[in-house]
Ligand binder design. Structure first.
Ligand SMILES: C[S@@+](CC[C@H](N)C(=O)[O-])C[C@H]1O[C@@H](n2cnc3c(N)ncnc32)[C@H](O)[C@@H]1O
Length: 247
């Protein structure tokens, strides 16, 4: 079985170690690079995600942020709940989680957020554990997306919601050309200038181009069992936010 690693095909078992190496290499500069690569837009997209989630201002509500990296989405959810929600940040990469833990301490959010090193394809939680499952810019890095979606469905309570933010297909003429030039010509050199290494950023850009478009990804979410699947585009489809419910 093969899967894509950027524009290359690799044996399914080889993708995850390659992805892990990318995020070990970029972890310390990850947040800075996110701002540079997206011109700060990732902040607005994440804000949009959390406002669509609309976490209740009540304690006892618990969400899981998978591929949560340095904690960006988790921290927003906790703040939006008036510091009532509990969020578990799960990531396969200890280097990304280390940065997340430091940020949680600095922001005084450590009591609301816990960090778990594990794989999205094999979540170490019982069935029906969470009220919501979020994943931002993570799912395209997971080798078996269908397995990750099945796990999302399993750990959600009935009535729980999946929200997935991911780069997607640009649906505006002209913007698609500008975006392509920016992605392939600008991002790897910026990555090299900032981190001393352009290769991880070439992978990130290629993996975006290989990810299914909005409709196809919505179909995958439905196939995993989610209902009322819908999506909204951000910035002309550069990113898309998918929603599905376990009913
Ligand atoms: C682009 S970062 C996104 C981080 C964060 N969600 C954000 O939006 O800033 C992708 C994250 O996916 C994680 N990841 C990749 N494969 C994973 C897997 N199989 N299970 C869990 N996390 C994974 C990486 O370690 C990395 O932290």
């Amino acid at each position: 079985m093969e899967t894509s690693y950027g524009f290359r095909n690799v044996a399914a078992g080889d993708k995850q170690p390659l992805v892990n190496e990318v995020f070990h290499r970029v972890a310390k500069r990850y947040d800075l690079m996110n701002d540079l690569m997206s011109g700060g837009l990732h902040r607005l997209w994440k804000d949009g995600m959390v406002s669509w989630l609309n976490p209740p201002r009540q304690s006892g509500w618990h969400s899981l942020d998978v591929a949560g990296g340095t904690g960006d989405v988790a921290f927003r959810i906790v703040e939006a709940s008036g510091r009532q929600a509990r969020v578990t940040v799960l990531d396969i990469n200890g280097s990304m989680l280390d940065v997340g833990r430091q940020r949680a301490d600095k922001q005084g959010l450590a009591a609301n957020v816990d960090f778990v090193e594990a794989n999205a394809e094999a979540l170490p939680f019982p069935d029906e554990s969470f009220d919501a499952y979020t994943i931002a810019f993570g799912i395209r890095n997971v080798p078996r997306i269908d397995v990750a979606l099945a796990e999302a469905y399993r750990v959600l309570k009935t009535g729980g919601r999946l929200l997935c933010l991911e780069f997607s297909e640009v649906d505006m003429p002209f913007l698609d050309k500008v975006y392509e030039a920016w992605s392939f010509k600008a991002i790897p050199p910026i990555g090299k200038a900032v981190t001393g290494d352009g290769e991880p950023y070439a992978y990130l850009v290629e993996s975006i181009a290989k990810f299914p478009n909005q409709q196809n990804f919505a179909g995958m979410i439905g196939k995993a069992g989610f209902e009322r699947v819908s999506f909204r585009n951000y910035s002309g489809g550069i990113a898309a936010l998918h929603s599905g419910w376990k009913l």
